[in-house]
Design a protein around this ligand. Structure first.
Ligand SMILES: NC(=O)c1ccc[n+]([C@@H]2O[C@H](COP(=O)([O-])OP(=O)(O)OC[C@H]3O[C@@H](n4cnc5c(N)ncnc54)[C@H](O)[C@@H]3O)[C@@H](O)[C@H]2O)c1
Length: 285
């Protein structure tokens, strides 16, 4: 098993909200990064987001190198085979088991035998994803928080067959990216989403049932419980489709107390997914 210092190249699958953030922090930590999405327009959009995030961080004096230097370590691609040299790959594609299993089977076939394959899944079983590979001992959950360059925490999720040395590597690798970790067993929603998703859904139900205005629900939770965002603004920030996918998985696995709120389902059906579409519980420019 290698140490984070032995890692040269990091692969990232998915250039969306999480994927481009993970690529950015890995490049900022000095690793060469190859980021893959299925369409070149998604890759380009991810790279543009990285450019503007690095510019913002540079303006605040929060990064030690020039944005161009960090950005120069990131290559975008639509070809998964370009991740063949990656010592560790973090998958951040859509939250669908079939997609993740396909990605992991393909990565397993092309990556070095000792490469670590990590998934950023919010709720899906690490063990089931690992089952698509011949190296379930080298598959681990690395659950980054959104926005990745800002949030300091990473949840390390341990699958049924994850090797202890790989778990140790996952903590050390997250540490090398400037993050702090905690560990969860591979149970639905892990620690964070098991507790967070019912909180968000209850906020949406309270809004739908007229308990308070949208703003007062968020304000009440911010001021009343000292969290930086209330449930409705946080849902918009995460993406309502992502919240719904996570809630549905928890509902299937853990029963009715995790049923997604009706208004969440309706907004996703309407295509109002939060910040990323400009409309969710709030409107965005
Ligand atoms: N959004 C959050 O707050 C958050 C937080 C923690 C974890 N996650 C998890 O991270 C993962 C990604 O979420 P996101 O919010 O970045 O979603 P997103 O919709 O912003 O991005 C997903 C990207 O994956 C791409 N994709 C789909 N299939 C692919 C494939 N086979 N290969 C490569 N790319 C593929 C899509 O084109 C899209 O660009 C999900 O598993 C999600 O549950 C999300």
């Amino acid at each position: 098993m290698y140490e984070p210092a032995d890692v040269e190249t990091v692969g990232v699958v998915g250039a969306g909200t999480m994927g481009h953030g993970i690529a950015q922090v890995a490049a900022t930590a000095g690793y060469d990064v190859t980021m893959r999405d299925i369409e070149s327009e998604y890759v380009d959009r991810g790279l543009e987001e990285i450019d503007s995030s690095l510019e913002r961080l540079a303006a605040k004096g929060a990064i030690d190198e020039e944005p161009a230097t960090i950005r120069g370590r990131i290559a975008g691609t639509t070809d998964l085979a370009d991740l063949a040299d990656a010592d560790v790959t973090v998958e951040a594609a859509v939250e669908e088991m079939a997609v993740k299993r396909d990605v992991f089977a393909d990565l397993d076939a092309l990556a070095d035998d000792d490469a670590v394959l990590a998934t950023n899944t919010s709720t899906l079983s690490i063990t089931e994803i690992a089952g698509a590979t011949d190296r379930p001992d080298r598959v681990v959950g690395l659950h980054f928080m959104n926005p990745v360059p800002v949030m300091e925490g990473v949840e390390v999720v341990v699958g049924e067959h994850t090797d202890g040395a790989v778990v140790e590597f996952a903590h050390a690798f997250a540490d090398a990216l400037g993050k702090e970790t905690w560990e969860s067993d591979d149970k639905p929603g892990f620690v964070t989403n098991r507790v967070l998703m019912p909180w968000i859904n209850e906020g949406i139900r309270a809004y739908d049932e007229g308990v308070a205005t949208r703003d007062d629900i968020d304000r009440g939770m911010r001021l009343g419980t000292n969290v930086p965002m209330g449930p409705l603004e946080l849902a918009d920030h995460i993406g309502l489709d992502v919240v719904l996918d996570a809630s549905e998985t928890l509902h299937e696995e853990l029963g009715d107390r995790y049923k997604p709120a009706y208004l969440l389902t309706r907004k996703v059906a309407a295509g109002d997914l939060g910040k990323k579409t400009g409309e969710g519980f709030y409107g965005y420019e």
